[in-house]
Design a protein around this ligand. Sequence first.
Ligand SMILES: Cc1cc2nc3c(=O)[nH]c(=O)nc-3n(C[C@H](O)[C@H](O)[C@H](O)COP(=O)(O)OP(=O)(O)OC[C@H]3O[C@@H](n4cnc5c(N)ncnc54)[C@H](O)[C@@H]3O)c2cc1C
Length: 455
Amino acid sequence: MADFVNRRDWMRIIGASGVAAGLGPGLTEGAEQAPVGESGGFQSRILNANEIQDARTCPTLVGGKVIQPQRELSVLRQTDVLVVGGGPAGVTAAIAARRTGADVTLVERYGHFGGLWTGGLVLLVLGHIVEGGRQVCQGIGEEMMKRLDKMEGAIVNRRPGTNPTVDAEAVKYLMIEMIEEAGVKVFLHCWGVDAIVDGNRVIGAVFESKSGRQAILAKTVVDATGDGDVFAAAGAQYERRSHNIGLVSRIGNLDRVDTAKAAQSPKPKRLGAVTPVPGVNWVNMTGPEDDGLNVEVLTRMELDHRKFIWKNTQKLRGTPGYEKTYLMETAPQLGVRITRVLTGLKTVLLSDLKAGNRMSDVVAVGGSTNGTHGEWHVPYGALVPVKLDGLLAAGRCISAEMRMADLVRLIPNCFVTGHAAGVAAAVAVKDGCPPRAVEVPKVQKILRDQGAYLG
Ligand SMILES: Cc1cc2nc3c(=O)[nH]c(=O)nc-3n(C[C@H](O)[C@H](O)[C@H](O)COP(=O)(O)OP(=O)(O)OC[C@H]3O[C@@H](n4cnc5c(N)ncnc54)[C@H](O)[C@@H]3O)c2cc1C
């Protein structure tokens, strides 16, 4: 029997007793009110009255050890290119691969796109310009910036030679728009937990979600998780690094500061920098250096950073003139900068930046934070694992030496490596070859056709 009660039936059922119980028309529980004009009100039905999951595959204790029995996984999808991680690199990679003609699936652990750019509230876009203010990061990332420029309240300080700041909600919205326009198949709330490997070749990944543990099979996989979760699971070699872990927040009502009163005491610290929302600043945090892959560290950082930010804002509110400011939000996502970095066929080196080396296999060009140096090239091999096939890395986990990591991880530089990985993955599929055997000139031509700058 379909146990289905619509609002009209429900009102008939509760009838006078509902009214007698103090539930006025449209009020069904607590203080939650069906919005005026909502035709059906709340609706609920039993989808399966006697559901029992198969517990035979639950882990069990064998000889004092927790053992997971073998089990078959359902295949959620088969695709040409599977991109894991929907941050700046992953979204760009997915759009690029799709525009290159591949069937693309993008999987993201959270409910939105943008990674640290949006969920981490890292709103300042650094790293796209070089000496003289010339902008080197172009292509799909720059297309996003141009589109943000046309949206009301989405971006500020977007002038040649400057570093713009975006609104996270505008970016989330735009990324949905661009992903849908491109025709990428998306799965959100899906956490990549394992790689599917055939010999030396990655052929897909395993995901955990509320639907359970499922597999997606792919001809080429792009690891854009930022932490190299997929290449690590597949057995690729990488360097594990620590870095500062912070938590970004936003302060509101800064346009309501009583400036006359405020001028009488020293300017408070940690006021942050402007955003497209008037009176709202984003506040970056360096945080202590630690291992961003250690769950105990992540937990402690969340707890400590949240307490610190709350107390700091209360201190600010106690400062004459700043009484009306308030903590608007802390980022839902902890600010983990660097963890795993792929050991690639090639590596992005500081010596190449310093020497201004141009590379015949360049697939991306990065910039500086404030136009303090020239452009630097990302060789294709920096995206390709030394031994593992079927996989490319994109974003902050590509092969780069320690001294380059703080440039490689900047948002525009993640756009360009994502763009390159997406095109290369689609070419590998089209040509039926592993990523390491892709014809780089072919990738370069497509990248240029898609607006990328390659020096
Ligand atoms: C505190 C802080 C301040 C920063 N300041 C700046 C700045 O001012 N300017 C600047 O340009 N850059 C800055 N950065 C760097 C920049 O934000 C990041 O390096 C950049 O966002 C990295 O992009 P990405 O796509 O490689 O990775 P991420 O942005 O980390 O995106 C990775 C995505 O993959 C998803 N994911 C991860 N693991 C899995 C999994 N197993 N399964 C499925 N999905 C997964 C994540 O949810 C996320 O959406 C800062 C970073 C931090 C932490």
